[in-house]
Design a protein around this ligand. Structure first.
Ligand code: PLP
Length: 821
């Protein structure tokens, strides 16, 4: 039977009575609650089920369309999808927000309040995972057959509370009440093997082949989450895998009569998808992490090949039908895994399998930081994935052979590009594997891509001159402007029409309005309303009063030394000192807002959080700065917090050490919401400057090139300390316990990292120009018309940073897939 929309109770999603009936039906028949006895969560679930229903038919239609057109599909493999809440996003994307608002009002409920009952899907750490979520939105909006594959972590990113100024982590039990968006697929189940041994055998055709046997197996069970595009025409799928014990495992112990042991074993294997690793900038080499990576990659590839094989014979056409994007190296084990499946299970010869593999995969690099690059000990691989280790060795052998033929005698080159790093005790460099096994490798901003080609992957760029490309990151305008900033979205639509939602470069049409005093007035009113709303939330949740007319100066992102929250704090302390000593002139009142999580094992980052809170406290207690300076640390920064904060930002702090932030996407979200950036020439800040014009952004500090020179000539942080009295004072105050009288040495290690350990992130080198630049910020803010004009031009010229543009570039330059309507 074919599914048609007339079998469903909602014949027309704009028909309010049928929506109301569906909602009440869901409450009664799916939740099992009497409408007179419900709480907000019940209503949220009932509503989410109705919305999922509306998505489901469109989703089936999209899948049928892909099938009938034999469309080439792209699969986005990512360890992280930082989705956030889905209710309002889905309603806006399918165009039913107002209708549902009405339906809820009819039963005495408020849609936006109800939406708060949804748990965040925080299956990611930060930028990388949020990028994956933005790309899914754009794939569906652009009507591209794009599918996400990842892990259904039972516990996502920890939630953060601040206790006595310190970060405290709490487990994120987001599935506690169930996830209304997902469809569990107990019938979509794949076996994933671990450990065991490899046996060699000769087949009747004389070929030597390999069998991986005596393995310990875990099952991967699928959960599907529909991903609606804007306009609701296309609904794609995000498939997340959960670990389930394999029956073999249980049976073994059951047969021995050991029931308890059998159940224990079951829990052990199901631990695999239990928790997201909460650190995206250090590689820890933990066995469970490698198991997670292989687990979701193996299940995804089996699933991809099953879909492909349903109507294709052989694998020669795989690259014409399938593109697989590796989001960082985390899924790069897919390369030997596809080789293994093709060779061991389907008897495809090596050279054929290798061509298919390279043409199918492409890899996105997200960082140049050495401590974040993935390496795995050969020993661990041998234990967990012995067959893959063999295949990686063979890939490496053939690659190095080719290199030595092309560059004879260059033994050092061989040593540098080898997948196996012998200098640090036999480790596999996953980035090398990902580059060798992909037809395209992309960086995520112009500077990052250039540095990638000229520094860490320089040799590879010489070996594969056409392999490296740049695709600058983007953000989805649906969530980050249309949904998060309803008032600004309405003002924009009133001024230039609604086309910008799917064609963000049309924001350019706002540029002439920057010179229109009446428009500036309205734009300013929207920003003030957003600031007032944020101030009310901060008051409600933290009992902190902030002045909504002060300049909102915001740095929200993961806490990391390279992002330089410390530099921001040094400026705050300097401002505080100027105010105390009466040297401030007509300083602009500011509220400096911080937010972000530190990896639980990252001592310095956690101490920076404590420092921010201690500085905030000292400032709070000092009547001399009352009303002119305020510091707030907003706990538990996540997607929902970001959506509350970003529309209220006036000054966007993007102050990483040049060369270290691959792209950043927070910078884009804030600029398109009418914030002005203060930033270094790093990541996509450089491209933001190119788009908005250098007169509409505050740039300071050393460039990546200048820092390289500085370090080459021997960087001496003491020189800056001695020659700048304000810097010296601020550092001395931190070091001697001014902000921590109860424990004067508390922040000694932070100051030591700057003065005694070489200031790896060049905080001191950039302090002077940062503080001077902040004075420029004050100067501009004193002229509200001039400030607003620049803020409007930021909105008008940031349309290029839409993830639609980025995904279109991937589709054309890497995946070679057309839209499928
Ligand atoms: C966008 C986003 C990030 C990335 O921010 P950067 O400033 O680019 O580091 C991190 N976390 C959340 C919740 C986000 O929405």
């Amino acid at each position: 039977m074919t599914v048609t929309s007339d079998i469903y109770e909602i014949s027309n999603p704009k028909d309010i009575p049928s929506l109301r009936r569906a909602l009440v039906n869901r409450l009664i028949y799916s939740i099992g609650k009497d409408p007179v006895e419900t709480n907000e969560r019940d209503w949220f679930f009932a509503l989410a089920y109705v919305v999922r229903d509306l998505l489901t038919l469109r989703w089936m239609e999209s899948m049928r369309r892909y099938y009938l057109q034999d469309a080439k599909r792209v699969y986005y493999l990512s360890m992280e999808f930082l989705i956030g809440r889905s209710l309002v996003n889905s309603l806006l994307n399918i165009g039913c927000y107002n209708e549902f608002k009405q339906v809820l009002e009819d039963v005495g409920l408020n849609l936006d309040e109800l939406a708060e009952a949804e748990e965040e899907a925080a299956l990611g750490n930060g930028g990388l995972g949020r990028l994956a979520a933005c790309y899914l939105d754009s794939l569906a909006t652009l009507q591209l057959p794009g599918f996400g594959y990842g892990i259904r972590y039972e516990f996502g990113m920890f939630s953060q509370s601040i206790e006595d100024g310190y970060q405290v982590e709490h487990p994120d039990n987001w599935l506690r009440y169930g996830n209304p968006w997902e469809f569990a697929r107990p019938d979509v189940l794949y076996r994933v093997q671990f450990r065991g041994r490899v046996v060699e055998y000769r087949e009747s055709d004389g070929e030597v082949r390999y069998r991986w046997i005596d393995t310990e197996d875990v099952m991967a069970m699928a959960y599907d989450i529909p991903v609606p595009g804007y306009g609701g025409e296309t609904v794609n799928n995000l498939r997340l895998w959960a670990a389930k014990a394999s029956r073999d495992f249980e049976l073994k112990y059951f047969n021995e009569g050991n029931y308890i042991k059998a159940v224990e074993q079951k829990t052990r294997s199901e631990n695999l998808s239990k928790v997201l690793y909460p650190d995206d900038t250090t590689q820890m080499g933990r066995q469970l992490r490698l198991k997670q990576e292989y687990f979701f990659v193996s299940a995804s590839l089996q699933d991809i090949l099953k879909t492909y094989s349903a109507d294709h014979r052989g694998f020669a056409a795989l690259p014409q039908e399938v593109a697989v994007q590796l989001n960082d190296t985390h899924p790069s084990i897919a390369i030997p895994e596809l080789m293994r499946i093709l060779m061991d299970e389907y008897r495809v010869p090596w050279h054929e399998a290798w061509n298919i593999t390279v043409q199918t995969f492409s890899y996105t690099n997200h960082t140049l930081l050495p401590e974040a690059l993935e390496v795995w000990s050969v020993r661990l691989f041998e234990e967990l994935l012995p067959r893959h280790l063999h295949i990686i060795y063979e890939i490496n052998y053939r690659f190095l052979k080719e290199v030595s033929e092309r560059f004879p005698g260059d033994l050092d080159l061989i040593r540098r590009v080898s997948v196996v790093d012998e200098e640090h005790g036999s480790r596999l460099r996953m980035s090398h594997l990902a580059i060798i096994g992909s037809h395209k490798v992309n960086g995520v901003a112009e500077l990052h891509s250039r540095l990638m080609k000229t520094t860490i992957f320089r040799d590879f760029d010489r070996i594969f001159p056409d392999r490296f490309v740049n695709i600058t990151n983007g953000i989805t305008p649906r969530r980050w402007l249309n949904q998060a900033n309803r008032d600004l979205a309405a003002l924009i639509t009133e001024s230039i029409g609604s086309g910008w939602v799917t064609d963000l470069e049309r924001l350019r049409e706002l540029a002439p309005l920057a010179d229109d005093a009446a428009f500036r007035e309205r734009f300013r009113a929207v920003k003030l309303a957003n600031k007032t709303r944020l101030a009310a939330l901060i008051d409600k949740r933290l009992a902190i009063r902030i002045d909504q007319t002060s300049l909102f100066d915001v740095q929200v992102k993961r806490i990391h030394e390279y992002k330089r929250q410390l530099l921001n704090v040094l400026h705050v302390i300097t401002r505080y000192n100027r105010l105390r000593s009466g040297k401030s002139g007509d300083i602009v009142p500011r509220t400096v807002i911080f937010g972000g999580k530190a990896a639980p094992g990252y001592h310095a980052a956690k101490l920076i959080i404590k420092l921010i809170n201690d500085v905030a406290k000292a400032i709070d207690r000092d009547p001399a700065v009352d009303g002119v300076l305020k510091v707030v640390f907003v706990p538990d920064y996540n997607v929902s917090r970001a959506m509350e904060i970003i529309p209220a930002v006036e000054l966007s702090e993007q102050i990483s050490t040049a060369g270290m932030e691959a792209s950043g996407t927070g910078n884009m979200k804030m600029a398109v919401n009418g914030a002005i950036t203060i930033g270094t020439l790093d990541g996509a800040n450089i491209e933001i400057r190119e788009h908005v014009g250098e007169e509409n952004i505050f740039i300071f500090g050393h460039t990546a090139g200048q820092l390289e020179e500085l370090r080459r000539d021997g960087y001496d942080p003491w020189r800056y300390y001695r020659s700048n009295d304000e810097l010296k004072l601020a550092l001395d105050m931190i070091a001697t316990g001014y902000f921590s009288p109860d424990e004067p040495d508390r922040f000694k290690s932070l100051v030591d990292s700057l003065l005694r350990d070489g200031d790896k992130f060049a905080v001191l080198a950039d302090y002077g120009s940062y503080v001077a630049c902040q004075e420029e910020v004050d100067r501009l803010y004193r002229d509200p018309e001039a400030w607003t004009r620049k803020a409007i031009l930021n909105v008008a010229h940031c349309g290029w940073f839409s993830s639609d543009r980025a995904v279109r570039e991937y589709a054309e330059r890497i995946w070679d897939i057309p839209t499928c309507r």
